[in-house]
Design a binder for this molecule. Structure first.
Ligand code: ATP
Length: 268
């Protein structure tokens, strides 16, 4: 192995540098995922036990080492159960950034699919409906699909495939409508479905005042590249979730600008 430096008795090669860099990046990502949650304390506790185990092993304390070994192997299983939400988020993050089937060039050159002209979603009727829903404190949740496939979300609700219109959106979110609960999915220039169930975010930093509508908006934006508009039933406030960020209390003008910018941005 090619040497980079020799530190006394320690030879450091390029592979060691690569190894340490990859482990550091992974540990940093894990820290980011568990930061602020109860799981972070469990994680630190587990690491402490592991360090204690290494010390006991180095000192040759056989009985203690055996007990800690059992504890650590059972603990690994417990960690998977405790961290299931974080592991899911981590895998979703990887899946999102390596979703090659969604990549334009892969689709075009490898899968030999003809490039479909993207259907533009008309924003005007959506914004007009949001304005009324906000003014009337009716509440609403609208998912605006971009490139990611949201068939599962569509399947969770009632299929519509209707033209996007302000009166139809208002009719859906009318409190007496059987479709008003859940989210409306808008994609490919159509209202695809209503009454859809969205994944709920478990972000510990979201204020307690935010209920499940806003958690669902954030969750959907964490799991896909969709833009999600939430209209609060309690306050009439407009919020927009994109890429795992929730912008709250937006004016209609701000919402329009952000939506236009986000939907027009090229695919990451
Ligand atoms: N996971 C979800 N998927 C789709 N819709 C949801 C989900 N969770 C909540 N909703 C919708 O949000 C509505 C309101 O939920 P909740 O009152 O908990 O949210 P909130 O954020 O406090 O909203 P508001 O500010 O409007 O009161 C529900 O009746 C439902 O229609």
């Amino acid at each position: 192995m090619m040497l980079v430096v020799r530190l006394g008795f320690l030879d450091v090669g390029w592979l060691d540098v690569l190894d340490i860099t990859v482990v550091s990046v992974l540990l940093y990502q894990i820290y980011n995922l568990v930061r602020g949650s109860v799981a972070s304390r469990v994680f630190v506790g587990y690491l402490s036990v592991y360090l204690f185990y290494l010390v006991a092993k180095a000192l040759g304390l056989h009985l203690l080492t055996t007990i800690l070994e059992y504890f650590i192997s059972v603990g690994a299983l417990a960690l998977i159960i405790l961290f299931q939400q974080e592991i899911r988020r981590f895998l979703l993050l990887i899946g999102k950034s390596t979703n090659i089937g969604n990549n334009r060039w892969v689709r075009r050159w490898l899968l030999r699919q003809a490039e479909q002209p993207e259907q533009q979603t008309p924003l005007r009727p959506i914004l007009d409906a949001c304005k009324v829903l906000a003014a009337e404190f009716a509440g609403g949740l609208l998912v605006l699909q971009r490139h990611d496939d949201l068939s599962k979300v569509a399947d969770s609700g009632e299929q519509l495939d209707a033209e996007i219109s302000k009166p139809l959106l208002l009719a859906i979110f009318n409190q007496y409508s059987p479709l008003h609960d859940g989210a409306v999915l808008i994609g490919e220039g159509r209202i695809r479905a209503a009454r859809c169930i969205l994944p709920v975010s478990d972000d510990a930093e979201l204020p307690a005042s935010m209920g499940f509508r806003h958690r669902a908006a954030l969750g959907m934006s964490e799991a896909s590249d969709a833009a999600v508009v939430a209209i609060s039933e309690e306050t009439g406030r407009l919020s927009l979730a994109t890429n795992g960020n929730l912008d709250v209390n937006l004016s209609l003008h701000d919402l329009e600008e952000r939506l236009q910018r986000y939907l027009a941005a090229p695919k990451a």
